[in-house]
Each structure stands twice: as structure tokens, then as C-alpha cells.
Design a protein around this ligand. Structure first.
Ligand code: AMP
Ligand code: GLY
Length: 429
């Protein structure tokens, strides 16, 4: 089969490598790191042609924006098999107010919230919450539209700058105000065929820019899987309480959701709470989740796209760690155009793939930085400790002026695993 992947980031690079174990892959628009031949002999190519123009047995749409814009609807109308929701389902991510409304309707456990386009009302609601306070743009903001703060003054100022349009334009003219929840975060991605869901292995993402979860929120600075603290029982609980009721609520609204449902969870003392739903694979979660799916991924995604999900993907016993290398100035104003050294050498470390995101070739054929998140160094190994060491060993081979990365990806998980919290196969309940 020929599979078309839409997107150009690290997530799409990881998808290309995983799908090219059993299909020829063409990525639009792709990036300079992707083209080549897979280890299994299937090809990966990139093209500027639009997905609508490509001949493919399955189209997998990576990013949220084209989903929100209705690309899946257009492709389905043209008779294509597509993994990714239509614009109706993608509204879950396109509007946080809509998402919270559906979660409330489906009785999915989530933070207390209110939706506002008026600053006076938003401030009054902030006053009812104990703090910390959370202010979110309703619309898409590339993972950067969320403020979590212990300062009421900061929360009030953020409401003003979002609602005025100053901070995020139209995306911020409605805000969701929430109670801040405490706990550890986890991402659970599930495949959905419109009716049935199967979970993919859990992952943990690192959203803050700097070590120790300091600094601003980003799209994600690294990830690992398995998550020692998240075992099969917790996954089942999340499916029962959060994913299946959501799919049922979508069906009641006439939405046939075929794609990835990504639950961003906070594991609180009172149990798991949904912070958000995304309508696609996480980035960088996909980078660590996909290599842990033992089944033929092309086949499983095609089943979900066709509304006939039969395979329950088995998590493999390997572990995976991904360290994101970002440009100086990310996430606000990344500096681009720097020449990147050492990618080939990094790829020689056993089990390592260097996944491209914001890269380009300059006029002389040099690989240069072209975005905020530039590369993801992913290692797959028998256990988290080895995967983590290899990811950082490979990271040490790569360099450009201003390269920024976290040193603590999966550090705590390796300690937990070492203390017997779990094995790589899924963890304690
Ligand atoms: P979201 O885009 O809604 O996932 O928010 C981005 C990040 O903000 C999450 O990964 C959390 O780290 C944080 N966050 C969002 N909502 C809350 C909340 N209610 N309580 C605490 N932290 C939150
Ligand atoms: N890693 C966070 C996201 O993909 O939204």
C-alpha cells in the first residue's frame, strides 16, 4: 500500500519511519530529514503536491490545523481512506470551550471551568476559584495559549491581554478559565474508528522549556514511554471514564470520529482528570509511542480509518526516550538559519533516530535550523535507562549556535523504574 502523511514535523517523521515498515510512504510537505528508504525496504519520499493530488490507499493527517480546516472531509468526499477527524470532530481541539462543553455533557472528569468573552465576568469567576488559576485561549495557539499561575494579578492581566486580541488575536477573544489541578501529567493516545477505541502505550511529555519544569509552556521538549506510574489498570480506568463516554457523546452529536484521540491527563490525588483533548498524535509523544507498537501500524491505522478497528495494538517491551533540540529564543522568537552539525554521527548511536522538525537545506546544501523545535533525538532500547543514556549520548554529537534542550527528560522515571515501580512492559497498576 502507499500511505500519504500530511505534515512536516518530528511527529510526521516518526510516523513515516513507523509506517514504512509495511508501506511506501509519501509525506507532504515533509522535511529534509525524511526522504530515503526504510530498513525494511519500503520507500519514504517527500513532495510539495497537495494530499488531494496524491494517489494513496490511506492518508494520515498529522497536525491539528488542516483537520480543523476540514482536510479530512475534503479527502473523504473524494473517496479517500483517511485517519483524522472531520472538521466537526476536530473542533474538540479547535475550540477549548467546545471541548469542555462536550466533556461536561459526557461526564468526563475535568477541571472546574467557565467560558468568557467578557473580562468582568471572567474576573468574577477567577475570584470564585481557590487558585492556582488557569487561563486558556479558546482557539488554536500552538500549545502556547495556556497560562497556569499562582498570582491572581497575573491571571487577571492575562484575561485582559487574551480577550483584547493583543496576545493571540482572534484565538483569544474567548477564554476558558479553569481551576489549577495538581499532580503529574500523562498523555494517553487512543485510536478511534467512530465507535470503538483502543489505547496506544501511555507517554509523558515535558511541556515546559527548562529543566525542573521551569519556564514557559512549549509544544513539548521531550517525551518517554512506558510511564512507570501508569499501568494497565489506570489505562483501563481512563478509557472507561474519559475516552469511551466522549466517543459516545460525539456520536450523539452525529460525529463519526475516525482518528487519534489524545487525552492530556493530570493524575491527581482524586484520580485522573482530563486537561484537554487533542485530535491527532502528540508531538513529541508520537515519537516515543509509535516504536512501541508491535503490530503492523499501517494495517491498524487503516482499520480505524475504515471504521473497522479489530486489532488491539500490543505495547512492546522496549522503551523509548525523545529529547527535543530547540532554537535559541523558542517558544517566543526562535532564531533560525544556523548550520547544524553532527546529525549523522548522532544517528550512529545504537537504537537512535534523529527526527527532523524545523530543518531546511540552505543554498549550499547545509542543514540549517528553520523553526523553534528543530530535531528530536529518539532512542529505543530494552529499558528506559539505556534509552535515556543513548538519547543524550546522541544529543552530545549535535551542535549549532544557541541549541537548547532539557537535561532531565525521563530522569525521574528512570529512578522510579530503578526502585521497582514498574517494568518496561507497562508498569504497576
Ligand atoms: P492544554 O493545552 O490545555 O493541555 O494546557 C497545556 C498545559 O497547561 C498542560 O499540559 C498543563 O501542564 C497545563 N494545564 C492546563 N490545564 C491545567 C489545569 N487545569 N491545571 C493545571 N495545569 C494545567
Ligand atoms: N506534546 C503536546 C502536543 O502535541 O500537543
Amino acid at each position: 500500500m502507499r500511505v500519504c502523511i500530511v505534515g512536516s514535523g518530528g511527529r510526521e517523521h516518526a510516523l513515516a519511519l513507523a509506517l514504512a515498515k509495511s508501506a511506501d510512504v509519501v509525506v507532504t510537505p515533509g522535511n529534509p530529514g525524511m526522504a530515503g528508504t526504510s530498513r525494511e525496504g519500503f520507500t519514504i519520499s517527500v513532495t510539495d503536491a497537495a494530499a488531494e493530488e496524491l494517489d494513496a490507499g490511506l492518508v494520515v493527517i498529522g497536525p491539528e490545523q488542516p483537520l480543523v480546516d476540514g482536510l479530512a472531509d475534503r479527502l473523504r468526499a473524494a473517496g479517500r481512506l483517511v485517519l483524522g477527524p472531520g472538521a466537526d470532530g476536530a473542533r474538540l481541539e479547535g475550540s477549548k470551550a467546545f471541548m469542555k462543553q462536550v466533556l461536561a455533557e459526557a461526564k468526563v472528569p475535568t477541571a472546574r471551568f467557565g467560558v468568557f468573552d467578557d473580562a468582568v465576568e471572567a474576573r468574577a469567576f477567577l475570584g470564585e476559584l481557590p487558585g492556582p488559576w488557569v487561563v486558556k485561549t479558546d482557539g488554536l495557539a500552538a500549545g502556547k495559549g495556556v497560562l497556569v499561575t499562582d498570582s491572581m494579578a497575573e491571571a487577571e492581566a492575562d484575561v485582559e491581554s487574551k480577550l483584547s486580541g493583543a496576545a493571540f488575536g482572534e484565538a483569544g477573544r474567548t477564554v476558558v478559565v479553569e481551576e489549577g489541578l495538581a499532580g503529574t501529567e500523562c498523555s494517553l493516545l487512543a485510536l478511534c474508528d467512530g465507535r470503538n477505541v483502543v489505547p496506544l502505550p501511555p507517554a509523558r511529555d515535558f511541556k515546559r522549556l527548562a529543566d525542573g519544569d521551569e519556564g514557559p509552556n512549549t509544544g513539548g521538549m521531550g517525551a518517554y514511554s512506558p510511564v512507570p506510574a501508569v499501568g494497565d489498570r489506570l489505562v483501563d480506568q481512563v478509557l472507561d471514564q474519559a475516552v469511551e463516554p466522549l466517543v459516545a457523546a460525539l456520536r450523539r452529536r452525529g460525529i463519526d470520529y475516525r482518528g487519534v484521540l489524545y487525552a492530556g491527563l493530570m493524575l491527581t490525588a482524586d484520580g485522573p482528570r482530563v486537561l484537554e483533548y487533542n485530535v491527532r498524535f502528540g508531538d513529541p509523544e508520537a515519537q516515543v509511542v509509535l516504536p512501541r507498537v508491535d503490530d503492523d501500524l499501517t494495517g491498524v491505522l487503516a482499520e480505524a480509518a475504515a471504521g473497522r478497528l479489530r486489532t488491539d495494538p500490543r505495547p512492546s517491551t522496549v522503551a523509548s526516550v525523545c529529547v527535543v533540540l530547540a532554537s535559541k529564543g523558542y517558544p517566543t522568537s526562535p532564531r533560525t538559519g544556523e548550520v547544524i552539525d553532527g546529525v549523522e554521527k548522532a544517528g550512529e548511536v545504537p537504537g537512535v533516530d534523529v527526527l527532523h522538525a524545523g530543518t531546511a537545506l540552505d543554498g549550499r546544501g547545509h542543514l540549517v535550523t528553520a523553526g523553534g523545535r528543530v530535531l528530536g533525538v529518539r532512542a529505543v532500547a530494552a529499558d528506559l535507562d539505556t534509552a535515556r543514556r543513548r538519547a543524550y549520548e546522541a544529543t552530545a554529537c549535535i551542535d549549532w549556535p544557541g541549541m537548547t534542550w532539557r537535561r532531565d527528560i525521563a530522569e525521574a522515571a528512570v529512578l522510579e523504574a530503578g526502585m521497582g515501580v514498574s517494568s518496561a512492559s507497562g508498569g504497576a497498576p
